[in-house]
Design a protein around this ligand. Structure first.
Ligand SMILES: Cc1ncc(COP(=O)(O)O)c(C=O)c1O
Length: 429
């Protein structure tokens, strides 16, 4: 069914938003997150598989029509509502200039901190808005008061920038890095918990944990690992770049000592915005990356001193939250998991195909990694792009080799069918 027909039949009227200045304005409904909430109320079928609903959602995103994008792990496109809000705020600030920066910026940041903390489920006094995950986690890793000989446990599939940050502290402060071997396809949570805890000694100060591994999409049992670490007096730093606004969880329930994420990934914010949370008792001991004098050692705002930065990007967080909430965290997670399961089920039993991602709903979300015998990861990614116009990313890591496939809310079933046909054709050749 066409999007417009669907909207009309469900009784949802187009609401006018200012279109002035847009050279190629999308339909008005593509900018209205309220439409989504109203549609959800009217749906009688299971919303996870209601393609009429997702077709409307698809129309709300600015995605390329030139190729099928199954590489949404780097960052997400913004829905039009967020993109246009961001542009309008940039326009407004360009008009107000220093007036905004001197008289309105601080209140706006505080309001956004409050709103984001409600969304994440954490205390606003433990939340700082950063530019991305790398900045948030480097703040903690570089600012931690390490003593020579302190031990940290990281994972063998942690993100490269965080491994580099720990290696810098190895050289600078004399810490000792131990590496947990994370199984690709764990049989149980205990497999994963033991990977970390078999390395614990009396000198272990910190465990660094990637909540969702970017290489494979594997979700680690973070809460169990955090609780077990706390029982031994060990602090836990969580890289939540891929889990926030993808997996439905609240930060205060997870209980990490430090956690950072990028909001341009699954919250669909404009590029260059993220956050760091830190338990209030740890704030005084962590040095900020950039020296700060205004707020005092025990104030989370000491980590927000990054010089002049674009306020419109911070403001857009509020609009992105609106869009996310119009769909809802549970439905978003379930749809993303459904998209992964849809294509995986159709190819996983083919000769030559291996899926390098655990598939249970508690072990992964939208992301899965596939390899085809006879192809290096780069050869497979290149063939998908050249012969089928499907964009993915090659993962050639010592522990995982394959192509990472990441659908998004705007991904259609027809696009996934094309991907399935491509894999069948490649694996048959
Ligand atoms: C697991 C993980 N951590 C951290 C990052 C870094 O994110 P950013 O470049 O936004 O700081 C990424 C980026 O893909 C990631 O996948």
């Amino acid at each position: 069914m066409q999007r417009k027909t669907f909207l009309t039949q469900t009784g949802i009227l187009l609401t006018g938003l200012p279109l002035a200045g847009l050279s190629n304005p999308p339909f008005a409904e593509t900018m209205n997150t309220e439409v989504l909430s109203k549609l959800k109320e009217k749906m009688e079928t299971n919303p996870v598989t209601d393609e009429n609903y997702w077709n409307v959602v698809r129309g709300m995103f600015n995605y390329s029509k030139d190729f099928i994008n199954l590489e949404n792990g780097y960052f997400s496109p913004q829905p039009f509502s967020t993109e246009l809000f961001h542009q309008a705020k940039e326009h407004e600030i360009n008009n107000k200039t220093s007036w905004f920066m001197r008289r309105e910026q601080r209140d706006m940041i505080e309001q956004t901190r409050k709103n984001l903390s409600e969304f994440l489920g954490c205390d606003p006094e433990e939340l700082v808005i950063t530019r991305n995950t790398t900045e948030g986690l480097n703040t903690v890793i570089s600012g931690f008061p390490w003593q020579k000989g302190d031990e940290v446990i990281i994972g063998n599939q942690d993100y490269g920038s965080m491994v580099s940050a720990f290696k810098q502290q190895e050289k600078r402060a004399g810490i000792v890095i131990k590496i947990a071997q994370i199984p690709l396809l764990p049989k149980s949570d205990d497999d994963l918990i033991n990977a970390y805890f078999s390395l614990v000694t009396s000198k272990t100060k910190v465990i660094h944990l990637t909540h969702m591994v970017n290489l494979s999409g594997q979700l680690l049992p973070a809460k169990k690992i955090i609780d077990a670490a706390h029982a031994k007096g060990i602090e836990v730093i969580v890289d939540a770049a891929h889990s926030v606004a993808h997996i439905d969880f609240k930060l205060d329930e997870l209980g990490a000592d430090y956690l950072a994420a990028s909001l341009h990934k699954w919250l669909c914010c404009p590029l260059g915005v993220g956050f760091l949370t830190m338990k209030i008792q740890h704030i005084p001991k962590i040095w900020p990356l950039m020296a700060e004098d205004e707020f005092g050692d025990d104030n989370i705002r000491k980590f927000e001193h990054q010089g002049t930065k674009p306020p419109q990007t911070v403001m857009a967080i509020n609009e992105a939250i609106k869009f996310h909430n119009a769909i809802g965290s549970t439905l978003k997670q379930e749809r993303l998991q459904y998209l992964k399961s849809y294509w995986v089920a159709k190819v996983q039993n083919l000769d030559k195909v291996t899926i390098n991602t655990p598939l249970a709903s508690e072990r992964s979300g939208a992301i899965a990694n596939i390899s085809v015998k006879g192809y290096t990861p780069q050869q497979l990614a290149d063939k998908l792009l050249k012969d089928f116009k499907i964009f993915t990313v090659a993962i050639d890591h010592p522990y995982i080799k394959g192509v990472r496939v990441t659908p998004h809310l705007y991904t259609s079933i027809a696009d996934l069918d094309k991907f399935v046909e491509a894999i069948k054709s490649i694996s048959n050749s």
